[in-house]
Structures are given as structure tokens and as C-alpha cells.
Design a protein around this ligand. Structure first.
Ligand code: GYE
Length: 329
């Protein structure tokens, strides 16, 4: 699916002037050029989490590219600095502005019922991208598209199990507390690593950022020093921040401490190719064209699948070297 998705993006670029609303299938769709509600521009409010990571930067760019004027959209973009209240306030403001559709990348899984009910009362459809939510009534949103975070965690856990065959002490840098990827990657990792002689010394949030990844890793190193043999960072950025802390503590990342991360951004794959990371699981951020396709269909009253999952791969150090020259984000 990733290949098809990239092909879809290329299509948008190549044909953005010429296309006239021939929506492609829901599983790899390029956004179509003119607004499909009778040529009317579709106004979309997009409530993004913030700008915490390289993954997020790529996701934001993909959304902005797909929700362009040339594709028939007016995009109202908000980034909430990873604060749930700010994101809910942004959604309320989209409702007040009477947008045609709202897209949310929900920061946390809980707390959405009230504002989604307000959107429903205002007859504004809501599409979720990236993260999932817990909601009392699934009809409060039209559709979700994103990655399988549990599977990503499981793939990382399976690698850990293969690597940690003798007793191994691990620390974990968790993503944003209460977010779907932090919760699901933890569950998936535990399942993948089940039965391995791996002891979790500590697990703490680094908020998906490099800065917090570094600070939290410094704390782990102060407390456990060279007892630490493995790091599971729930995204590349926290792992990259941790590299500085590990080197400053006189240890060699990738050797003294084996590191597995999730996302496979360009910087993450570079660290892998350089031997500083040991394994990286992909999480595809290029969802914009598919989200735009969904929004057009929902606004036009057409049926859409309730959920769609992008497919991800994973990388060893050798595979990272081969993939880097073509890596788009
Ligand atoms: O892994 C992380 C980002 O929700 C999948 O959020 C996304 C995660 C991604 O900040 O880097």
C-alpha cells in the first residue's frame, strides 16, 4: 500500500493542474483536483497535534499538499502544541466557523465525546487521521485512517526478543501519555517480546520529542548507568535525543545499548545506517491524499470505509543504507 500511496502523491503533483475530480479508490487515492461538491470549494478545519517530531512534520506537509487550493480545498490549519484542551478549542472554533468538514489527529484517546457531539449537532462531519480515539458512539466520526500502532510495537518487540536472548536490561521512552500510539505500541511490544529474558528497568514518557528523549535518558543513565543494555524508543526523535545522552555518559549507542525505534524518518534511518540504532519499524505519515479523498466523499454524501490502515515495513542497518537515498521524509 505504501508504494501505491506514494504513486498517488506523485500523481497529485503531476496532474494537479489538469485533473477534474476522478477520485481514485479509497486504498491509495490521490486527492482529486476540483472540489467534488459541485465544484464548490470545500472548507476543512484540520486540528493537528503539534510539531513534536519528524513524523509529524512529514504528516503536516502531506496534509497541506493534499488540501491545497488546486485540489479544491480551503484549509484552516491548527497545531495544538500537544495540549488536548487547545486541540478541542480548535475543533470548537472550526464548528463556529461553519466549516464543511473537520479532520482531527487526536492527541489522546479520551475526552472527545462532547465536542464530537457538538460537531454532529452542527452537521459537520469529522474524519480522524493518524491516531484513534475511545468514543461512546462510533457514529460521532465518519472515518479513520492511520497506521497499526500495535503491530508496529509488536514488530519492535519481536526484534527485542531475537536480540535479547540472554538476560537483558531495557529502558523505554514512551510517547505522549494517553495517546493511541503510546498505548498500542506498549501493548504490541509486550506481546512481541513475551517470553524473552528482558527486564524493564524503567519506562517514562519523552513526549515524542528529541529534547525530552534526551532529558529522560539522562535520568535513566544517572540511575542505572551501564546496567542499561537496550532502549525501546516509541519514536525516532526520542531515540535520537537519547543518543546524545548515551554518548555523554561514555557509552556507545548501537553497541553498549541496543536501540529500537519506530517511525523510520530520514533521520531515524540515517542513525540506523550509521550503526547508532539497531532496528527501526516504519510508521507511514504520508496520509494526506487519502484523507483528502475521504473528505471529498464524505462531504458528497458517498459511503466510505469506517477505518483504513496504512501498511508499514521495518528496517535493519543494511536495509536502511539501501532505502536512504529515496527516503522522502
Ligand atoms: O510516531 C510520532 C508522532 O501519532 C503515529 O506521533 C504518530 C506518532 C509518531 O509524534 O513521531
Amino acid at each position: 500500500m505504501r508504494k501505491r500511496l506514494l504513486a498517488g502523491l506523485a500523481l497529485v503533483g503531476a496532474l494537479s493542474l489538469a485533473m477534474t475530480g476522478c477520485g481514485s479508490g479509497s486504498s491509495g487515492g490521490a486527492a482529486t483536483a476540483s472540489g467534488s461538491s459541485g465544484g464548490k470549494v470545500i472548507t476543512v478545519g484540520f486540528a493537528q497535534t503539534g510539531s513534536e517530531s519528524g513524523w509529524r512534520a512529514a504528516n503536516t506537509q502531506s496534509m497541506k499538499d493534499a488540501f491545497s487550493a488546486a485540489n479544491g480545498f480551503k484549509l484552516i490549519f491548527n497545531a495544538a502544541d500537544n495540549k488536548q484542551e487547545a486541540q478541542i478549542a480548535a475543533v470548537r472554533s472550526f464548528i463556529n466557523q461553519g466549516v464543511d468538514a473537520i479532520v482531527i489527529a487526536p492527541i489522546t484517546v479520551d475526552g472527545w465525546d462532547d465536542v464530537l457531539k457538538e460537531a454532529k449537532a452542527a452537521k459537520i462531519p469529522v474524519i480522524l487521521e493518524d491516531r484513534t480515539i475511545n468514543v461512546s458512539d462510533p457514529s460521532l466520526y465518519a472515518a479513520w485512517i492511520g497506521d497499526d500502532f500495535k503491530k508496529e510495537g509488536q514488530t519492535a518487540g519481536e526484534w527485542a526478543k531475537k536480540t535479547g536472548t540472554s538476560p537483558t536490561n531495557m529502558v523505554v521512552l514512551e510517547g505522549t501519555t494517553g495517546s493511541a500510539p503510546a498505548l498500542d505500541r506498549a501493548t504490541g511490544f509486550a506481546a512481541g517480546a513475551a517470553g524473552a529474558p528482558i527486564t524493564k528497568l524503567a519506562s517514562q514518557t519523552g513526549n515524542f520529542t528529541r529534547a525530552d528523549g534526551k532529558t529522560v535518558m539522562e535520568g535513566f543513565l544517572q540511575k542505572y548507568g551501564n546496567k542499561i543494555q537496550m532502549l525501546f524508543a516509541q519514536n525516532d526523535d526520542m531515540g535520537l535525543g537519547a543518543l546524545d545522552a548515551i554518548s555523554a555518559a561514555g557509552m556507545v549507542p548501537g553497541k553498549d545499548i541496543k536501540i529500537v525505534t519506530i517511525d523510520a524518518t530520514h533521520d531515524g534511518l540515517q542513525a540506523l545506517a550509521d550503526g547508532k540504532f539497531n532496528y527501526v519499524v516504519e510508521c507511514n505519515p504520508l496520509l494526506g491524499a487519502q484523507v483528502a479523498d475521504l473528505v471529498k466523499k464524505v462531504v458528497a454524501g458517498q459511503p466510505v470505509p469506517k477505518s483504513q490502515v496504512a501498511s508499514d515495513q521495518s528496517f535493519t542497518q543494511e536495509q536502511a543504507k539501501a532505502a536512504l537515498p529515496d527516503r522522502k521524509y
